[in-house]
Each structure stands twice: as C-alpha cells, then as structure tokens.
Design a protein around this ligand. Structure first.
Ligand code: ADP
Length: 648
C-alpha cells in the first residue's frame, strides 16, 4: 500500500446530484476505475431530493450539477450553502459556463470541475481532498465535544451562518435535527439569540465577552461563556466569529466554594456571638456562684441546704457550658498556647480516675486503665491539655454507657531519638454511634439525637478535644458500632525528657502558708455591685480581721490610694469604666509613691484565657484570679502574696 496516501478506514460516501442519468453513470464508472479512491456513490436527480438525503445521511463530499430540473444556475449552489454552509461541495459545470464555477468557489464551494474535461483520477483526487477535509472537521468536532467548546461564524452580507455541532449541543439542541440559518437568528425567540446579542456588542470595539445562563431541556441551569470578535470586511460589513464554552462545572464549584466560605463565616460569627454572650454571662455567674458559696457556708436547715446544693450543681453545669464556648472560640482563633513540661502519665490517669469516681459509681461502671509497659512514666508535654482531652472523652464514655466498662489503653506507636508517639484508645460498652453520623461528631455543636435518651451537653466536647489534639500536631478519630460501643483514639507526640531534670520539674512539697491572723487591708476595685458584695462577704467570713476598701473603678482607686491609706493587697477587676484594670495597675506601678507602687495586685477576670496571654503581667500585676472565683483559690493567693516579700 502506498504510505504517502492517506488511508480511509471507512468507505466514504459521496452524494451526486445530477439529473442526466447517463452522465451520472459515467462518473460512477470513472470513479470505480481510479485506484485513488474507493467510495460509495449515492445518486439524486433533483435539488430537493439531494437536500433531503443530506438531511438524513452524512456525506464526505457532494458533486453538484448546477442545472437541475428544480433549480438552475448559481441559485442551486446558494440554496445548498444556505442550508448546509459547511459541506464540501464540488460544482459540476458545462464548458460554456466555466465562469459560473469560478463564482461558485468564491461563494464557498470547495472546487469546480468542467464536464468532459476531467478523467477518473482527477475527480478522485478532488474527492480525496474533500474526504480528508471532512475527517479533519470531524476530529475538530470531536475535540470541541470533549472540551465543551463550540464555535460559530456569521457573515450577514452573504447570509452565511455556521455553528459547530457542539454549539448546538451547548444550547441543548440536537445538531442532527435542527439547523439555523442567518434569518432564523434574527428572531428574538431563537435559542441562538444570545449569539446575536454579543455580535451587536462587538460592533463598537471589535470584540466582546459575556457570560450567560440558559435553562437546559431538563430544567438544569447551564452557564455559558461567549467570546466574539468582528472583522470589518467592507464599509459597514463585518464577518462574525465567536467561541462558546460551557463553564457550568467551574461556576458550580465557585458557587460551592462561596457557599462553603459563607457557611464557615456564619459558623465563625455564631461562635463569636456565643463567645461574647458567654463572656458577658460570666459576670452574673460570678455573683450566683459567689452568693451560693456564701450561703453554703452559713447555717442552713436541711431543706435550704438541698435547695442551695441544686443551685450550685446547676450553676456548675452552666459554667461548664460557658467555659466550653469560650474555649472553642479561643481554639478557633488559635489563642491557646501549649505549655510543655515534665509529668507522670500514671499520676495523670489516676487523678482522672479519682475525679471521675463519683460519676462512675452512679452507674456502677468499671473503669480500667492500661499503660503499655514500654512507655516511660515521665513524659514531656502539656499535661493540662492532655487531661482535658481525656476528661472530655471519659466524660462522654460515662454519659453514653449505661452498663459495662470503660477502658483506657495507652500504647507506643513510634519512638525516635527525640520523641514518643503515643496512642490513647478510650473504649466503652455504650450505646455507640450510627455509621452515617460518625464523621460529623467532631464538628462544633453536633449532638446525635436519640428518641429514648435525653442527652445533656452542647456538642462541643469532641470538637474541643479534636482541636486540642490537632493544634499539638496529633490526630483523633472514632470507631463505633451501634448498641455495642465506641472507641475514641488519638495520637500525640511527647518529647523525651533530657537526662538533667528541669528545675521546674523538681518535685517540691506543696507549700503551706501561715494563715493570716494579723489585721490587714484589701482594696477591692470592682464596678459590679453584687460582685463587690460577694468578695467582701467571702473575705470577711474567712478573715474577721480583714478591712476592705471598696473602689467602684480604677479612677476612684487611684484617688483613694493618693490619700495613702495602709493597703496590703489590691484585687483589681479588669473591665471597668473610667480607668480599666490594666491602666490603673500600670499607673500604680509607674506613677505612684514607692510604698503604694509596690502593693501586690491580683487581677480578677472573667476571661478564661488570661493565663495564656500573660497581659496582666505586662501591666505590673502579680497574679490573677479567675471569676467566678473559687473561695479557696482566692484565699491561697492572697495569703501567698501577703506572706511573700514582693520583689521591689
Ligand atoms: P457533648 O458535649 O454534647 O457531649 P460532644 O462533642 O462531646 O458533645 O459529642 C458529640 C456527640 O457525639 C454526642 O452528643 C453524642 O451523640 C456522640 N458521642 C460522643 N461520645 C460518644 C460515646 N462515647 N458514645 C456514644 N456517642 C457519643
């Protein structure tokens, strides 16, 4: 086989529209004799029949006699081009009307041949070219279909319009069934009307771009991007070409991203609002918890004691929720600083067990702890956060297990020169979690409702645990079977401890401070009346010899201090009118006389993260008390700072 010739894998079809039966037969014979081409010839005798055949079948080329019973001359070609603008048409003319052939090629025919002047090989060559052109066209159509890009051209002066098959498909039209001419497009109802609109836009600056939406046959929204450019070919005469692209997937993913961003933003706003509401709630909670503690230490009959205990339990739950919300918002904003130091894993787990004992006892649950023997007892990490993660997981295990056991297993996953990677598995024999819900339980505010169970909680415990684990570079996951139980697992790295014990880790006996027997004075700077009362009463109950000087805000505190009263310690609220706690503390430290400037100052704050930002220290305050304060913590801190000589 001659390799220089293109090979045609399928037998091509050629349409011959010729009314002279014997001439048609002659052409058939000529073609069959040529070795250049093997094709099937379909014959029609009128233009009408020819157009109909083209409607139903694909032809590689059309041999068109211009003089037919139903159409003669140049009009025959025009009618055909108008209907099938992109077909390969070879015009057959007589010797006398050779000029017509030239005119036909100018108008868009592929070639012309003068009857009686060509042999079989010449005709076959022209047809081969047509067939190859057709193949190139169909490859282009195929590429357009895959890329979902169509193209179209329009030349109104020639009443020429061509749109690729993909252009039809992009408008949800079947290119085998519909065909639009230049005239069809002028109608505003035409599905191709947007092509005409953009065509108008190109007239001003030569090109235009527009994204449009259309509704597809099945009601689906399609996004199409149109680009068009105009070339001026004569005075006020333009040829119009454009491309059209389906950008539905891109638009939909953009919209999904937008919706996703919006959902994230909404969640963030929701958490911020909750965090600020919770923050505001801590002040009145301070009063409730404080007053409850005061009442509990007074003489009460049994009924009153029960009432007060109920108030205390409820306020502890409420405080837990508020603290969770504040913590998740701090974690979300990456405000938590992890503090690593040496600790004993065994002590930590035993302490957790001791704290959980009352709850475990209520349900008669067995709690087993198993630490793998190859894990050293002393680790280096943030023990407070580790306790918190385990506390949340154990709390849930108890909450969702009515009978059976809870088991904590700790194993070593990896050991390098610098660290241990440990895996904690908390297993319970509880109610389990449905398979379709397991992926969402770590999201904020997710609780799985169950008709026969009233669950308390905010749906924050697991998201806090997840963030605490992930922000330390670890990972957390859960496995569960409904009715059988769950296993919550997490992996965390712990640094190996160096040979030299860190000074901070040297165990010291807990310090016992002598109780204050001498009279002493506490200045309380606090704008909230009930809190003033709670602090005053709490201190007076503990120390009958205490003298309280009350200031309603920072400005008043400074005025009172300028009178140089004997003050041993100042309890300073942070958020106050006139002068806030930070400003007042720094004024006392930097602007006031030596004795006053050295008075110990304890910040009092409802901000659960004060220890993390250390701001109280920068403003010269010695320590802080978290509100609602635990009376014993307040007493210990006051005693400590009064017993300890403050560095001047
Ligand atoms: P909450 O603080 O309300 O308990 P969490 O974030 O800790 O919220 O847990 C979310 C949800 O995951 C719970 O409401 C519960 O439906 C489910 N869940 C968590 N732990 C367990 C468990 N051990 N067994 C069964 N379900 C659990």
């Amino acid at each position: 086989m001659d390799k220089s010739l293109p090979s045609f894998s399928t037998r091509s079809k050629v349409l011959m529209i010729e009314d002279d039966v014997s001439y048609a037969r002659l052409i058939e014979i000529l073609l069959s004799e040529s070795s250049l081409l093997s094709c099937e010839v379909v014959k029609c005798h009128t233009l009408h029949d020819g157009l109909e055949a083209m409607e139903t079948e694909e032809f590689s080329a059309v041999l068109l006699d211009l003089t037919l019973p139903d159409s003669t001359g140049f009009e025959t070609l025009e009618t055909m081009l108008h209907r099938f603008s992109n077909h390969n048409i070879i015009v057959l003319t007589g010797r006398v009307d050779k000029d017509l052939g030239i005119k036909a090629v100018k108008a868009g025919a592929q070639d012309f041949m003068v009857k009686g002047e060509f042999d079989g090989d010449q005709l076959a060559k022209a047809l081969r070219y047509s067939i190859e052109r057709k193949n190139v066209m169909s490859r282009l159509e195929d590429a357009q279909r895959r890329a979902r890009i169509g193209h179209w051209e329009c030349d109104p002066s020639r009443r020429y319009f061509y749109a690729s098959k993909e252009t039809y498909r992009l408008f949800d039209l079947d290119p085998a069934k519909v065909h639009f001419t230049c005239e069809d497009l002028q109608s505003p109802d035409s599905p191709f009307a947007p092509l005409m609109e953009i065509e108008q836009l190109t007239r001003s600056n030569g090109n235009a771009r527009q994204d449009i939406t259309i509704t597809g046959n099945e009601g689906q929204i399609k996004y199409l991007s149109l680009q068009c450019q105009a070339e001026e070919v004569g005075e006020d005469q333009f040829v119009f070409s454009g491309i059209i692209q389906d950008i539905t997937d891109r638009k939909q993913s953009e919209e999904l991203k937008k919706a996703h961003d919006l959902a994230q933003q909404t969640a963030k706003i929701r958490e911020q609002v909750l965090a600020s509401v919770s923050h505001e709630m801590r002040t009145p909670m301070n009063a409730i918890v404080g007053m409850t503690n005061l009442l509990l230490s007074s003489s009460l009959n049994e009924e009153q004691l029960n009432f007060i205990n109920s108030i205390k339990q409820s306020s502890d739950v409420l405080l837990g929720i508020i603290n969770d919300i504040l913590q998740i918002s701090a974690l979300q904003n990456e405000l938590i600083v992890f503090k690593n130091k040496q600790f004993s894993l065994q002590e930590l787990t035993e302490q957790l067990k001791a704290v959980m004992r009352p709850k475990l006892g209520e349900k008669e649950l067995i709690f087993r702890i198993h630490l793998a023997p190859d894990i050293p007892d002393q680790l280096h990490g943030d023990q407070i956060r580790l306790s918190q993660i385990l506390f949340n997981l154990i709390g849930n295990a108890i909450k969702f297990t009515d009978q059976g056991f809870i088991e904590l297993n700790v194993s070593k996953v990896q050991e390098t020169d610098g660290f241990y990677l440990l895996q904690f598995d908390l297993k319970d024999s509880g109610i389990g979690i449905p398979a379709d819900k397991i992926d969402s339980i770590f999201e904020t505010f997710t609780r799985i409702s169950s008709k026969d169970r009233i669950t308390e909680g905010t749906g924050l415990g697991l998201s806090i645990a997840k963030k605490l684990v992930e922000q330390q570079g670890g990972r957390i996951w859960a496995q569960s079977e409904e009715g059988v139980g769950s296993v919550f697992s997490f992996e965390l790295k712990f640094q190996k401890i160096s040979e030299q014990p860190e000074t901070a880790n040297v165990k010291v006996a807990p310090q016992v401070y002598p109780d204050l027997e001498r009279p002493f004075t506490v200045m309380v700077v606090e704008d909230h009346r009930i809190n003033q009362m709670v602090i005053q009463k709490t201190l007076e109950k503990k120390w009958p010899n205490v003298r309280i000087i009350m200031a309603n805000h920072g400005g008043e505190a400074i005025e009172l201090l300028q009178e140089k009263p004997e003050v041993d310690i100042i309890l300073m609220d942070l958020l106050m009118p006139v002068r806030d706690g930070f400003e007042t503390a720094s004024y006392i430290r930097n602007e006031m006389d030596g004795d006053i400037a050295g008075i110990p100052i304890l910040a009092m704050t409802a901000n659960a993260h004060i220890s993390e930002d250390g701001k109280y220290h920068q403003y010269g305050m010695n320590d802080y008390i978290l509100k609602p304060f635990k009376p014993n913590e307040l007493f210990t801190k006051i005693t400590y700072h009064l017993a300890k000589p403050e560095p001047k």
